[in-house]
Design a protein around this ligand. Sequence first.
Ligand SMILES: [Zn+2]
Length: 296
Amino acid sequence: MDYKKAIQQIVQNRKDKLNQAQLLYLELLRTNAKLYETEKAIRNIKMDIRRGKSNSENELASLEVQKRNILKQSGVTDEMLNPPYSCVKCKDTGLVNDKPCSCVISKCVSDGMVGANTFSDSNELVFPVSERERITSVYSSAKTFCDKFPNTKRLNLLLMGRCGSGKSFLASCIANEISTKGFSVIMLSAFSFVHRMLKYHTTFDSDKFTYIDPLLDCDLLIIDDLGSENVLKNVTVEYLFHVINERMNANKHTVFTTNLDDEMICARYGERTYSRLFGSRQSIGFALSNTDLRKQ
Ligand SMILES: [Zn+2]
């Protein structure tokens, strides 16, 4: 989905919510005579006040209280009549200072990876006793990264570990924590990443930027399971470097989960990507569990 389409959806969604609220209120007026009379009286007084005919502000205030009580008795909450914004940052316009809001950027790439995991769901008891202390400290470093975001000590995190070591779980905790803070977060598998880059590489109309822009623009990009993707000629290595490089130049954060170690990363993606990642102390790697936690 491109930004334009995402913005249209967000704006339409807001319109739908407001229409629903309006319909609900009209229905209440139609079926509740007491509410209807009160609403009518409120409108009349307001009109008189506007025309300078009346200054019965006190009466208006007491009618408003009466109206609220009638609604309360009917089980209608304020939220039902005045639906809150889905995104307070852009007030559901999709734009902040004429630029796509974080909610738009996140919406553009959603392959359902983030899930609902949070740090409070993590349980140190799932780790073997011998690893517990170390893994707890990894979680606490990841939590600090989130708390300080975007002013973190390092730009990039590498969560390393074998399959089932809980690295994707931790990555999705990070994704949720940071997106709750109002930042745009995109989490996608390395496989999806390569798939998008291939589309970008082979599309020749102006639409092509749809595939790459959100990955460059989002506040936090998470690439899950680096190393599990296909290495496509002129695509995988080249665009991984491009995205990392652009993001680092823009001071943007990236988190990787991988079962590769340093040497394997260097061998697979080349010296250039390796030194961009690790050359400037901008990245830190954390080793997750050595055990497949799913098999316990
Ligand atoms: Zn927004």
